[in-house]
Design a protein around this ligand. Sequence first.
Ligand SMILES: [Zn+2]
Length: 179
Amino acid sequence: MMRRMFRRQIRKSLAPAVPPILQEANFALSKGEYGRAAELLEQIARAADGRGGPRAPLFYLQAGRSRLLAGQAALGIPSLKRGLELLVQRGQYHRLGEAGSRTVSELNERGLKAEASAMEAWLQSVLPAAVPSAMPAKRGILPTHCPACGAPLRPDEVEWLDEMTAECGYCGSPVRETP
Ligand SMILES: [Zn+2]
């Protein structure tokens, strides 16, 4: 009894507070309300960008993606570009390579060929010739969504703390491999 309370307190003090706006954005995303999700994610991204937050690129990319899903490409492309630009500025070239090629294929999938080519050309101009491909060691199997903030989880968008534990890129909560 005592022990359980103790453990719970520890866990509570370690888990970062998840901003309600992030949970709301992920909830909208899960319901397919992409325009609403994008609006919220744009707010979160701008706030994170303003304070130089490490998650700003991911928020911009997710905001842009949501705009594409909402059929609002013109609104989404600036966010996608900003997210990728931040990765350039921060020298996160491995992430840039992954996020960039994903963005190009998502633009192509939506029939935005001109936008996809422009993005590809820009990526080639900013990516160094040899991007070190940091092949990760064995990784666990992630749950589809972060239990804390509800964000959809992808192996390339989390920080692996060890073989079993990843850190959600959106809220920083540790996410454990489901046994
Ligand atoms: Zn999360």
